[in-house]
Write a protein that binds this ligand. Sequence first.
Ligand SMILES: [Zn+2]
Length: 388
Amino acid sequence: MSAGHIRYTIHWMKQRAELNEKEILWLIWQHKSLSRWQIHEITGHTPNQVGLDIGRLIKRGLLREKTPDIKGPGRPRVPVAIDPSRRYLLGLAIRPGHIECARLNLLGAILGRQIRVDVATPDRIVPTISELVRKHIGENCAGIGLSTPGFVDLQRHQILSSPATVGRAPTPLAPVYAASGSIPITLENDMHALAARWSMTHETFGKEDVVLVFIQDGELGAAVLVNGQPNRGCAVGANDLGHMRLMVRTELCHCGHHGCLERICSTSFLKGIDGSEQNLLDRIASIKMMAADPALSKMTRYLATGLANAANFMRPNRLVLVSQFTRYPVFSDALLRLVRRRLLTGIVDRIQIDLWDQPGADNGETAGWLALAALYRDGWNCNLPADA
Ligand SMILES: [Zn+2]
């Protein structure tokens, strides 16, 4: 057997072991706890293989054995669960003008408080993150999630363009990778981080196609999950639904155009119609019936058109709306009705529309969910070796 063949065999066996481990971790995440025998029954792997995989995961501090249930005849089976006490994950979110940082345990609970560090200029972003990495990693850190708005190049470990790094494109992240040493970094767009958080905390039926849309005042982004995994495209980034343009007069968008959906879904768009200074969220929260606010009704129709266009194009299993706005039933009922009315016949009854109340503005915490998804789920870890 040649040296190359041996190297290939070792590589293949390592990958195979990682796949087994991920399958087991994901099963236990979903079921909370399972015995070795149950895992054997579900996966079809031999009891011996399952025993070896579980042993390795316990040794690495990812799983722990729980007290067996001693009811019933025979030898009690020891349930195995995620160990939230030994290892942790670090989340780092790049935002325009600052960095957010949080630590999570392996069940996704935040440890301590989220930290916010201001960066005076974009050229301070990389040194600041590298410093945070050096300060917060240790031997128990199981992974780092790093999120940024804009487009990222996973092969070259760099930010291609981003509102956070204006005037500095592309931005190489090599110093951050050097600071992390052997701890894996999952670098992703911030909408994919949100999608990771959603997919880890919501039960879906198998590997669905999902369009997840984040909506707030003047900001609208989307992530597309194909077969449960983020849509990679020619560059990793958000699916820029916010810059879908409609034939309507808005203020100039930062992308250089008028009529963008995220300019329509904003306080300034409503002000342009009726001169009101009231902000969009307050307006949505206080409305008793949509007909009472013609400007808001108009905005809602445009928003529904944009969402339905995206859903008709993608025909996803699920359209998930992530927004504080959908807390208010007068608005959300009207929006959902208008979206449904614009969906194509034949798929309208197949697309499930879910509302997810915004899980807070903690971007560091959400970035930590990237590292969680990479640990537990196939297709989320994209720790490709740098080729430049
Ligand atoms: Zn735009």
